[in-house]
Design a protein. Structure first.
Length: 343
């Protein structure tokens, strides 16, 4: 089955504009797309307990009813979910009643253990995951994340930076980059580090009321105080930004780097989009994800695994020219979508 003239209901989180690019990718393949946001209500106290959440917290329940369920009686050939932040079985049940031959597919670009989604997997004809461990344990189809084509305006050989990292602010990332930065300066290495601090960063914990209470608990306050000062913009940090890079700017930072640093969540085993995009650009990647050594695309000439503790860059490895190009074309967005949505 190809995607020409297929009616696709696309329910994807709004994530730095990737949802728009996925929609455009489907339309490029000939599909007729209806996009709905798979909205994440991350700051609610019981966001991971979906049953209670839908029963008692009307904000999410109302959104699903008003924005998603109303489309469930329309005609579609494919329903494509990425993650299940906003989901209710009624949506799939109505779609299947209206469209008996509809193909329902789910792609997970987050780890299952962080959410209570297992009860909903049965509503999909096929489930894919970016994580090899989740795929193996739960019987999913394993498929790493996609990468985006880069335009003619990006010169992948114009290396302005010896090392780069672009990602959201996480405590372990800030610590690692803080430790690494003076080493790079001493070595006269150029670098580009950009940690984006989202305005909704853990509002349950980092708000003025919790801050007021923790003032009286100095033994537990030191690390919290530093983060709160960044979140509230009372202090600034040269690596922390309150505005995200565009997708184009992010890809450009990778393209203009000799080497890309990859710092996923400590428990994550799936490869980040950052790594996939960097490899597609034929860049070397230093990562703290040891699980990457089991990937089909793993090549020690391109990927070096290191510990989070005291990262020292092997510059001889970075500057060593690779004679053989890495081929991961199957993860180019068009090919990735075709793989997932055709059966």
């Amino acid at each position: 089955m190809n995607l020409t003239d297929k009616r696709v209901l696309l329910i994807v989180p709004a994530f730095y504009g990737y949802e728009k690019l996925i929609c455009e990718g489907l339309e490029k393949l000939g599909a007729k797309v209806t996009y709905l946001e798979n909205k994440a209500f991350r700051n609610d106290p019981i966001t991971r307990d979906t049953k209670w959440y839908l029963t008692f917290l009307c904000k999410k329940k109302t959104y699903i009813k008003n924005e998603l369920i109303q489309h469930s009686r329309d005609e579609f050939d494919i329903c494509f979910f990425i993650n299940l932040f906003s989901f209710h079985p009624e949506l799939i049940e109505n779609l299947k009643n209206r469209n008996p031959n509809i193909f329902t597919v789910l792609y997970l670009w987050d780890n299952v253990k962080n959410y209570r989604w297992q009860q909903f997997f049965k509503y999909f004809n096929r489930v894919y995951s970016f994580d090899p461990v989740d795929s193996r344990m739960l019987g999913f189809d394993y498929l790493p994340n996609f990468y985006l084509p880069y335009g003619p305006g990006i010169d992948i050989k114009a290396n302005k930076f010896d090392l780069s990292f672009v990602g959201s602010l996480q405590v372990h990332r800030l610590r690692i980059l803080n430790e690494l930065m003076p080493k790079l300066k001493d070595q006269n290495k150029t670098f580009f580090f950009h940690l984006y601090l989202h305005p909704n960063y853990n509002k349950l914990k980092f708000n003025r009321y919790v801050h007021a209470v923790l003032k009286f608990l100095p033994s537990q306050f030191k690390g919290y105080k530093h983060l709160y000062s960044l979140i509230s913009r009372k202090n600034i940090h040269e690596l922390v930004y309150h505005d995200p890079l565009t997708i184009g700017e992010s890809i450009q930072s990778l393209a203009h780097s000799s080497c890309v640093l990859d710092l996923p969540f400590p428990s994550q085993t799936g490869s980040t989009q950052r790594m996939i995009q960097a490899l597609a650009l034929q860049k070397k990647v230093i990562t703290t994800n040891s699980a990457v050594t089991a990937e089909s695309f793993y090549n020690p000439d391109y990927i070096k695994v290191v510990s989070e503790e005291g990262i020292d860059v092997d510059w001889d490895w970075v500057i060593r020219k690779n004679e053989v190009a890495l081929n991961i074309n199957h993860l180019l967005l068009d090919n990735w979508l075709t793989r997932i949505l055709t059966h």
